[in-house]
Write a protein that binds this ligand. Sequence first.
Ligand code: ATP
Length: 256
Amino acid sequence: MAYLSIDKISMHFGGLVALEDVSIQVEPGEIVSIIGPNGAGKTTLFNVITGVYKPTSGSIHFENQPIHNKEPQEIVKAGIARTFQNIRLCKDMRVIENVLLGMHTHTDYHFWDAVFRTKKFKTIELEKHEEALRILTSIGLQDQIHNYATNLPYGAQRRLEISRAIATKAKIILLDEPAAGMNAFETDALLDFIMELKIQGFTIILIEHDMRLVMNISDRIYVIDHGKKIAEGLPKDIAKNPRVIEAYLGRKEENA
Ligand SMILES: Nc1ncnc2c1ncn2[C@@H]1O[C@H](COP(=O)(O)OP(=O)(O)OP(=O)(O)O)[C@@H](O)[C@H]1O
């Protein structure tokens, strides 16, 4: 079984079929992109993987364990974290505090340790700060730790959101349209940054509309249209797949 194995997932909202029998396999260290026209079902798939929605049918296994029946917090603990289409940071909190929030799921002291500020509490808090600093340094935000998240430029806010995902001890990071709202320069920096995450050993699943980014960065691509998987393969093959081209062009005409 694959590292992350998504098997015949369907997701129905009443009569609306958002996903139908979608199967996706991801291996450790891969960058796998999920593309498709607006409303294809991509974000719904992320919501199913992360436990926000329970699938109508199908199964998801991560490291051979079923996760489709687990709560979002349990899935984060298992090692899958995500970012959102619209950046979700605590903007009035400092950069380092946002990263510390991500560590919450793994905090190992009890309520009374915190109340009495026991030695255990102080040791763990110190370790958390050191780890947050290490993550922020690896992500190039070490000079911003005391700045408020809201003051960071857009690209840096995206990186901070990813830092928070890393802080959960994630092994797989799901990125939902990270290049949205970025100019070409910022998108290039993002591409380098995602490649760096891969080198550090993270597995990445990417939803993205920026085809230049997708084609340059992906090991493999899955294409979803109207809730169904219509293609999968290497970027060079996806780029010339007639079904994929039709799905995009057809939708463009619908929107015109
Ligand atoms: N909670 C929900 N209740 C009802 N319908 C939903 C819900 N979430 C998603 N949908 C519907 O499921 C379909 C797929 O939506 P989804 O957001 O997954 O598409 P997408 O591929 O991520 O689109 P985009 O690229 O525009 O973000 C849409 O028709 C959407 O309206």
